[in-house]
Write a protein that binds this ligand. Structure first.
Ligand SMILES: NC(=O)c1ccc[n+]([C@@H]2O[C@H](COP(=O)([O-])OP(=O)(O)OC[C@H]3O[C@@H](n4cnc5c(N)ncnc54)[C@H](O)[C@@H]3O)[C@@H](O)[C@H]2O)c1
Length: 275
């Protein structure tokens, strides 16, 4: 479908976790529109149905597959793997998009680290780190049997540098970055580069998880939202479609010598000292 073979994703079997969410959902729709066979993973059938309806707007029905699985549920992931292999015979790509924060794992205004809800901290690490490791564990072995494989994880601007209040999520995403490098080295050596592992690092994208933190009901910025925009050289939040190019690149042959990299899509946030 793509005029350059470097970026051709036609018929690639690409799995997307968190595909009922904002960023990974948008990426899944984009990949399907590029001619990939996309497996949408979600936790509930009704949200999956809505996502699949979007997929079918641009793509023949046979290329969109929806599977219900929690990324922390190994037997469910293994059943899904068997279904995919039965249907399409291989797995070429995995976008580990499931993730997010929860309020208990952050330090609320007026509170200190001593007030941290450790259960929430653990749950956020579970979702973001273990929810990346487990799908990688289940879905990369079939890639070893195929001609190629590319895993793309989601890091965050809070992984490389401290962002106030966001303690659990930052620790989890820092773990995702290290795991990205570790698995890149392990699979890169074992397959002589056939399987690659990288991560995207989105800056700040307005979504349901952070909307109340960053904007008021009338759409104006909260103090925190304003601080983020002031520290983003582009002076705005990102939009989901602005991740598509980076994800496409990392899944396609254009990045055939790229592994273990963390690609920032952040309007310059990570490059800026704030001064
Ligand atoms: N929005 C941002 O600004 C931003 C910035 C950096 C990184 N990220 C990361 O990007 C990814 C997508 O985030 P988003 O903003 O689209 O959030 P989102 O909440 O819209 O999407 C996250 C998806 O993960 C799913 N999910 C949660 N727990 C799950 C579980 N146990 N099993 C399976 N699925 C589960 C949710 O149902 C949801 O569909 C996440 O990893 C997030 O941490 C987001």
């Amino acid at each position: 479908m793509n005029s350059s073979p470097l970026f051709d994703l036609t018929d690639r079997v690409i799995l997307v976790t968190g595909a009922t969410g904002a960023l990974a959902g948008s990426a899944a729709d984009y990949l399907a529109a590029q001619g990939a066979r996309v497996v949408y993973f979600g936790r509930t059938q009704d949200k999956l149905d809505a996502a699949l309806a979007r997929c079918r707007e641009t793509t023949p029905d046979a290329r969109c597959l929806g599977l219900v699985a929690d990324v922390l549920d190994r037997p469910a992931l293994e059943r899904a793997r068997d279904t995919i292999l039965h249907r399409w015979g291989r797995i070429d790509g995995l976008l580990n998009g499931a993730g997010g924060n929860q309020s208990g794992a952050t330090i609320a205004p007026g509170k200190t680290f001593a007030d941290l809800d450790f259960t929430a901290f653990r749950e956020v690490v579970d979702l973001n780190l273990h929810g990346t490791v487990l799908p990688s564990l289940v879905f990369t072995p079939p890639m070893l049997e195929g001609a190629r494989g590319s895993v793309v994880n989601f890091s965050s601007a809070s992984a490389p540098q401290a962002i106030t209040r966001v303690v659990g999520y930052s620790a989890a995403k820092a773990g995702v970055e290290n795991f990205t490098r570790w698995l890149a080295v392990d699979l890169g050596r074992r397959t002589q580069g056939k399987i690659r592992v990288n991560a995207v690092l989105p800056g700040f994208f307005l979504g349901e998880q952070n909307r109340r933190l960053l904007t008021h009901e009338d759409g104006s910025l909260t103090d925190r939202g304003d601080a983020i925009v002031r520290n983003t050289p582009f002076g705005r939040f990102g939009q989901a479609a602005e991740l598509h190019g980076a994800i496409h690149y990392l899944l396609a042959d254009a990045s055939s010598f790229v592994t273990g990299s963390i690609l920032s899509i952040d309007g310059g946030f990570g490059a800026f000292s704030g001064v």
